[in-house]
Design a protein around this ligand. Sequence first.
Ligand SMILES: Cc1ncc(C[n+]2csc(CCOP(=O)(O)OP(=O)(O)O)c2C)c(N)n1
Ligand SMILES: [Mg+2]
Length: 353
Amino acid sequence: MAVLPAERDLRRVIGDADGAGDREVDGLGEQELLELYRSLVLLRTYDERSVVYHRQGRIGTYAIFWNHEAMQAGVVHALDDEDWIFPSYRESAIGLLRGMPPATVLSWWRGHPAGWWNPDDYGVASICVPIATHVPHAAGFAWGKKLKGERACAVAFFGDGATSEGSFHEGANFAAVTGAPLILLCNNNQWAISTPLEAQTRAETLADKAIGYGMPGVRVDGTDVLAVYEAAREAVARARAGEGPTFIEAFSYRTAPHATADDQRAYIDLDRVEEERKRECVGRFGGYLRRAGILHDDLAESIRTEAAEAMRAGIAAAEAEPPADVSLLFEHAYVDPPASFDSDLEELRRTLG
Ligand SMILES: Cc1ncc(C[n+]2csc(CCOP(=O)(O)OP(=O)(O)O)c2C)c(N)n1
Ligand SMILES: [Mg+2]
């Protein structure tokens, strides 16, 4: 297999605000472009409402993904339904693009068992909170698909910080050696909580790491949904053709706190954040569609309203779930429960009143 040199230039499809440089993507007609826009707005609405629900005490700590929507939607639209997604906490709501109800994801953030979906129902694995530990899971899963002669591929989402973890290395190397049909989607938002990218690596770009594994590495503008889509579509085609994994570095800048528990004023330059927010991904794609005459105010408003309605119904359904029984904390932990199991549970029930 010939290994392409990792590309240092950021791939872009969407041009400037004045339309200079706008390109078209082969095979994407008006309907597909609007579907992509709907997905972006659904994710954006989910994210913005979730911050409000957190402030209102209706969900727990929440990992904000504002301005990461393009890398998530761009990839999902390049997949077929049979392909699997392995999300990190940053892609918690990616299942919405596979028909998962908002109530399910909101329940997950409420710490309620109604938020535990069956991965098989959506082709979406459980949300992975430990950094990078799902990369080997995705690699093994993809290899399994190859061994079975199935057509499906898998994509693992992880951050810039994750590339410093042993699990990332093991998963990437394993996928390369086995020729697994895997897409390694690195969300390079240049921060791992308060650790900046320059403290993370001496590599000039994260895509350069792909060379060491013997796989192609490409860099795309992570706030350009069409550039992400195009790169993901190429990676999927390689995977299906038996050419193994691809590393995609989706480059952006984190323009929201790491999570609702984070006060980024302690370490980030807020002027830079303001600057970056002006190029946020939903507005950028909206501008592209308007310049192409595909999107107009009424349509944009109805897409926003539809997403807001879905969230209103979602939080109502999540809050209508009866509280989970505390015995769940103990069940499934042991094949043979220890002798103290029953009295421990009794004590917990007494403590909780
Ligand atoms: C194995 C492990 N170590 C540490 C943490 C604590 N932690 C949570 S998020 C995070 C930063 C990860 O940054 P990055 O990979 O860039 O992803 P991002 O949050 O920017 O999307 C860390 C260190 C963890 N969840 N898992
Ligand atoms: Mg990061």
